[in-house]
Design a protein around this ligand. Structure first.
Ligand code: PEP
Ligand code: MN
Length: 341
């Protein structure tokens, strides 16, 4: 259930509603918007919503029939914006901004990540990606550089004033990741690692949650709810391709998920056309399409020497392709009312 307070409702009135609901056994998650306060009400026994609607300061009550509540659009109708700040900039993800996350599949060495950080910054993008603790399908592929990779990623990002995102694959890595990254990425294969999600719910850093290859949108939103129920409201969703009967592609990038998620949730929606298509010749058209369809951001793999990449070289853009793509996306973003963050 979601309780929408009247515009200008007083703090005392809000507190009285909260107290009543707590007495009834509910957990309350408060969201204070620009114009009004919304209370997400979870748990407790079923009650007649009119009892709440009659309390002073309450505008109306919405019964949420979906299994997720805090992630539902009604909980924050204005849409969530996630703010990142460092010494040189303030970046907003969500709303009318388009965020571009770019970088190699894996951090390989200092020279590589510095060269790529330079070209990411040069394109006007603000967030550097790079895996360091990988969860590869094959036990024989490059597992990542571990902590050294995180250090190199942070160092390269700082040199260019960029923010950092990297995939955390186990909750034991949390203390380490807290030191080095600005956004904690949960990979497709970990989307339903509920123990990890629960721990991320206690963090104060944004979580970028990738859709599992066999997950429905409802399952994705329920995973987001696991993080949010722990208190962390800063969740970014990322469509990255799902497994379908189509055999010509590694996965099918579900771009229809963008408008669908926009309706179901207030959380920003990103798209990863690199893992979603698996080939650089498909990455560019799908990146354009994702922005045209209303995505709040993209995650794109780019490498200074793709043919030498230790992982995913075939889906990594060449530097010149990446620069051209960002230029094009800036134009497409304008058409849908967004600007490059
Ligand atoms: C990644 O982004 O590095 C990655 C492995 O993607 P996914 O979890 O979507 O497969
Ligand atoms: Mn990759």
């Amino acid at each position: 259930m979601i309780v929408i307070m009247q515009e200008g409702a007083q703090e005392l009135q809000i507190q009285q509603v909260v107290e009543k609901l707590v007495d009834l056994g509910y957990d309350i998650h408060r969201s204070t918007g620009v114009t009004r306060t919304v209370l997400g009400v979870v748990g407790g026994r079923i009650i007649d919503t009119r009892e709440i609607e009659l309390l002073e300061g309450v505008d109306h009550v919405v019964r949420v029939t979906t299994a997720y509540k805090l992630a539902s659009r009604q909980f924050n109708p204005e849409g969530t914006r996630i703010v990142l700040t460092n010494r040189s900039r303030r970046l907003e993800i969500g709303g009318d901004s388009l965020a571009i996350i770019a970088g190699p599949c894996s951090v390989e060495n200092r020279e590589q990540i510095q060269a790529i950080a330079g070209l990411v910054a040069g394109s006007g993008s603000a967030i550097l990606r790079g895996s360091t603790f990988r969860m590869p399908f094959s036990p024989y592929s490059f597992p990542g550089l571990g902590e050294e990779g995180l250090q190199l990623l942070r160092e390269a990002a700082d040199q260019f004033g960029l923010f950092v995102v990297s995939e955390i694959s186990d909750r034991e890595q949390l203390p380490l990741f807290s030191r080095y990254v600005d956004i904690l990425q949960v990979g497709a294969r970990n989307m339903q690692n509920f123990n990890l999600l629960k721990e991320l719910g206690r963090m104060e850093k944004p979580v970028l949650l990738k859709r599992g290859i066999a997950a429905t949108l409802e399952e994705l939103l329920l995973s987001a709810e696991h993080v949010m129920a722990g208190g962390n409201r800063q969740v970014l969703l990322c469509e990255r391709g799902i497994r379908t009967f189509e055999g010509a592609e590694t996965t099918t990038l579900d771009l229809a998920a963008i408008p669908m998620l926009k309706r179901l949730t207030h959380l920003p929606v990103l798209v990863d056309p690199s893992h979603g298509t698996g080939r650089r010749d498909k990455v560019i058209p799908m990146a354009r399409a994702a922005v045209a369809a209303g995505a709040d951001g993209l995650m794109v793999e780019v490498h200074n020497q793709p043919e030498r990449a230790l992982n995913d070289g075939a889906q990594s853009l060449y530097p010149s392709q990446f620069a051209q793509l960002v230029h094009e996306l800036t134009g497409i973003a304008k058409v849908v009312g967004k600007t490059l963050a």
